[in-house]
Design a protein around this ligand. Structure first.
Ligand code: MG
Length: 398
């Protein structure tokens, strides 16, 4: 058996990704709780456990790049070489990356990959390496499923024979020296307009072989692509449930806050914040589903900032922690136990408040109220207790 070749990845992440319109280049947008670039790098480095990788970044993106690496375990991060700084076009960025690799000794085979193709998988990487060994220059190619026609001024013109056409993806795989020479030749000729490295290789006279691509290896470019990628990660994930519980005592006052709604009453509830037991229980249910501490850890009662705070602030925080993990709230259910005030007339106000704060439809929010039949501290009208359950869908490693 031949020894495994020395393979390196070059990941192109210098683009500005304006089409997603998110104010941050798309490769740094969180997707399933991690920057897209971290997902891509994780996939590549796991697919080829001996390979190193180098990323080409925009010079302005150094802080975003450093933050993205925080989404990688140490064992993968140590296999990244210092990032290269890209140029004005994809082609010049790749050349900058190849030159940086060359200064560090190069590789036998380089796989050049788009940062925004975060669903690349191990079989595709293996096919790329095999194709580069066999042909020296190779690109993943996918058959067209739809009909293809040329547009003319008069309308749709001739339909093209799609059997002779392919969609070309990345990773594109090359003998390192050959693609470096091809990029240098294109640059010397003043050419900076090639859409990808297969085109640069073909320009330089290399025969570029197709190998089997992967229809799932999509490039996340538009907002619709991003939503589809998010849904795909959630579909590959799992479901988690958390529960929360809280009690507050009655004291002097003329209203209580329950479920984010002000309810007139002849007592108030005593607490460091607004003492909203229902939202406190719900926050703990959300933190619990994430395995992310509890409300006291996030908002210590010793911290004067939260004195008299509206508990909506806490629920917003919990919702933010859910979003930061790339999770989605499937359902929450809150039970409030008290002899008075009456909750039923305000039930839908509470549901609407929670739904709006969590960004879910109101039919995903349950609120129930009961008394304790005169028993215990609730029955003696000394206080209110509440419990809650939250169900989340967590993104998977897809
Ligand atoms: Mg509390």
């Amino acid at each position: 058996m031949e020894p495994a070749p020395n393979v390196a990845f070059l990941v192109v992440a210098a683009g500005r990704g304006a089409r997603l319109g998110a104010g941050v280049p798309k490769q740094y947008l969180p997707l399933g709780g991690r920057p897209m670039l971290a997902r891509t790098l994780s996939r590549l480095l796991r697919a080829a456990p001996a390979a190193r990788a180098r990323v080409v970044i925009h010079p302005d993106d150094a802080p975003s790049y450093a933050a993205a690496l925080g989404g990688l375990p140490d064992a993968l991060r140590t296999r990244l070489d210092a990032p290269a700084h890209g140029g004005a076009t994809r082609q010049s960025s790749v050349r900058a990356g190849l030159e940086a690799m060359a200064r560090d000794g190069g590789a036998e085979i380089v796989l050049i990959h788009d940062a925004a193709r975060c669903f690349v998988d191990a079989p595709l990487v293996a096919r790329a390496v095999d194709a580069a060994r066999a042909h020296g220059a190779a690109v993943p190619a996918v058959r067209l499923q739809d009909a293809v026609a040329r547009l003319q001024e008069s309308g749709v013109g001739a339909f093209v024979d799609r059997e002779s056409m392919r969609i070309v993806q990345t990773p594109q795989a090359f003998a390192f020296g050959a693609i470096l020479d091809a990029h240098r030749a294109a640059a010397r000729a003043g050419r900076d307009d090639f859409a990808d490295d297969g085109a640069v290789a073909a320009y330089a006279g290399l025969r570029v072989a197709p190998f089997e691509g992967d229809a799932g290896n999509v490039k996340v470019t538009t907002p619709a692509d991003y939503e589809a990628a998010r849904a795909r990660l959630l579909a590959a994930g799992d479901v988690r449930t958390g529960q929360g519980y809280d009690v507050h005592a009655f004291g002097p006052g003329d209203h209580v806050w329950l479920g984010g709604v002000r309810i007139a009453h002849d007592r108030g509830l005593v607490g460091h914040s607004d003492a909203d037991v229902a939202l406190h229980a719900l926050c703990d249910a959300l933190y619990g589903a994430l395995g992310d501490g509890d409300i006291g850890a996030h908002f210590p009662p010793t911290d004067a900032r939260w004195r008299g705070a509206a508990s909506e602030v806490f629920l917003r925080h919990a919702a933010g922690r859910v979003a930061a993990r790339g999770a989605a709230v499937t359902h929450v259910d809150v039970t409030i136990v008290c002899e008075a005030p009456k909750i039923g007339p305000r039930r839908d106000d509470i549901r609407a408040m929670i739904a709006a704060t969590l960004g879910v439809a109101i039919d995903r929010v349950g609120v129930k109220a009961t008394t304790s039949e005169g028993l215990g501290f609730v029955g003696r009208r000394e206080g209110v207790w509440a419990s809650a359950i939250a169900t989340l869908r967590m993104p998977g490693e897809e």
